[in-house]
Structure formats: C-alpha cells, structure tokens
Design a binder for this molecule. Sequence first.
Ligand code: COA
Length: 286
Amino acid sequence: MEFPFDINQIFSERVSILDQTLVAGRRSAERPDLQGHIATVIDELGRASAKAQQLTAPITSASKLQSQRHQLYLLKDGESSGGRGVVVGFLKVGYKKLFLLDRGGVHIEAEPLCVLDFYITENLQRHGYGLELFDFMLQHKNLEPMLMAYDRPSPKFLSFLAKHYSLTQSVPQVNNFVVFEGFFFFNRSVAQLRKVPLKKPDGEIKPYSLMEREVVRQEQRTLPWPFAPPHSPQRLVSSQCSHSLSMRSSPSRAPPQVVPPSCPGCSRNQSPQSPLIDRYRERRSR
Ligand code: COA
C-alpha cells in the first residue's frame, strides 16, 4: 500500500508498534505533523481490512486506536516504492474480558489477549508477511497463539492459524470469539488468565465482551445470558452451562467442530511444558 509521503520517514522500524498515542518511534514523537500521516495510514489500512472481510465499516481507525487500549503492529517494506517504503499490513490486538466455556462446559471468566483485526494488502497475501507479523507480535508479547482468543476469525485467518500454528481444534463458545484446545489448560498453567475483580467499580461485568464488529454495526442487542450474575468469582460453574446448550445458543458460529475426546494438549495430567507447546516453539524457531 503506497502513500503520497515517505513511509520510511514515519516508520523507522520494519515493524512499528502503535497504541493510543499514535507515536511510531522517537521521530514521530518529536514531529506532531507526522502523526497526521500515521492517522492516514491507519485509516486506510482499516478501510482495506474491512473491505477484505466484507464488513460494513472499519473496525480499525486512528480515532478508535486513540480511544482504546489496543496495540497495532504495522509492517512495512522499506525497500519498495523507490526507497520510500510501502505499508504491508497490520495486526491489532488487545485484552478483552470474556466469558468462555471450557471443554467441559464450565464457565471461565478470562481476559486473554485477543486478535481483533489482521490484514495484509491483497497483492502481498500468501507471501509469508502475515506470519512474520504474527510471529513478531508473539515474541513481543512472549505468548503462544494457543493462549489467545480470536475475534470472529475469517476463513483465511483460520486457514493461516491451522497452517502455521496447527490450531485446528476450537472449543465451541456462545460468543463469536474462537479459542483452541489448550487455551484453558495452558492459560491456567502460565497464569495468563488474568484475575478480575469480583465487582467492577463502574458497574456490572457484562457477560459478553463488546466486540469491535458489534460496535461498528451499532447493534443494540442484549445477548442472552442464562448464567450466574457477575459477582461470581473468576471461575463460574453452573448446572445450566452444559456443553450442548452452549453450542445450540451460539448466535452465529459455524457448526462446531468434532473434537476427539483427548488430544495431546488437553490432558489434565499434562505438565505445562507439554509437547504441544514445544512443537509450536520448535516450529517457530525453525
Ligand atoms: N485463502 C485461503 N487461505 C489463505 C489465503 C486465501 N486467500 N490467504 C492466506 N491464507 C492462509 C493460508 O493458510 C495460507 O497458506 P497457503 O498459501 O499454503 O494456503 C497462509 O494463510 C499464508 O500465510 P501468510 O502468507 O503468512 O499469510 P498472509 O500474509 O496472507 O496473511 C491474512 C494472512 C489472513 C492476514 C491475509 O490473508 C489477509 O489479510 N486476509 C484478508 C483479511 C482477513 O481475512 N483478515 C483476518 C481478520 S479476522
């Protein structure tokens, strides 16, 4: 993606990490005028991503980034466009408070790092840039992809996760977030499930985290929540929350995948240093 200004002047690194401040390195911090260009780049990427995912409006924009505690990893190719550089794509992540169902149908209140938006420009897709960006984020966050949640991943992204990280077995949820086998076990092992306060100071904990896509569509719907009230502890157990119920009441999920009763990553007796995690690390280091 080309712009009428010098990308290399704005983004000095191959991967820039942007947040609420919209600052990409020291240079743009010292030059507020460059921030306008940064906003233009983010807005343009957000629009292109929305188009690629057939969303009615972008879920990523400069103003949204400024108002939310998300992080955006932006990948450039500094050599292209006569040395001015081109923007290759971006990956947006952020923590979300979610109510999830584990494999046994037990409610877990968690605040995992979620992939919220991900886009590589059309002409550069399937060239390994997505993997480069995703791996950069994983190293920066010191995280395994299995420990993350994915906000309504597109078929291309699901294929990407299956190919590069062997993430194929999802655990059915009642919301549009996707988590994979091992999420609950390993999050518990590495304490990535953040402990959340029993009661939020500013009101009740909502049963479903508000998704970017929901905000964009300005759907006012209140999703049903047949379970225990928010003052319950981090882990909620309800006799109502059977596995089958969770799958039936899912508003827009694809049909749940058939998952074998046991798998290498989900044995409860398994140590945190499991072959599954090792396999990911091995694959990534390769
Ligand atoms: N159709 C199916 N799978 C695709 C695909 C496509 N058009 N493009 C990428 N993939 C998946 C495949 O598994 C592919 O492997 P393959 O070529 O052997 O089939 C793998 O990703 C390629 O990996 P990589 O080159 O590192 O990915 P990428 O640079 O293309 O980035 C996406 C992956 C998903 C970010 C990119 O395809 C994209 O921007 N898609 C459009 C927007 C989107 O769907 N974003 C996800 C938001 S939830």
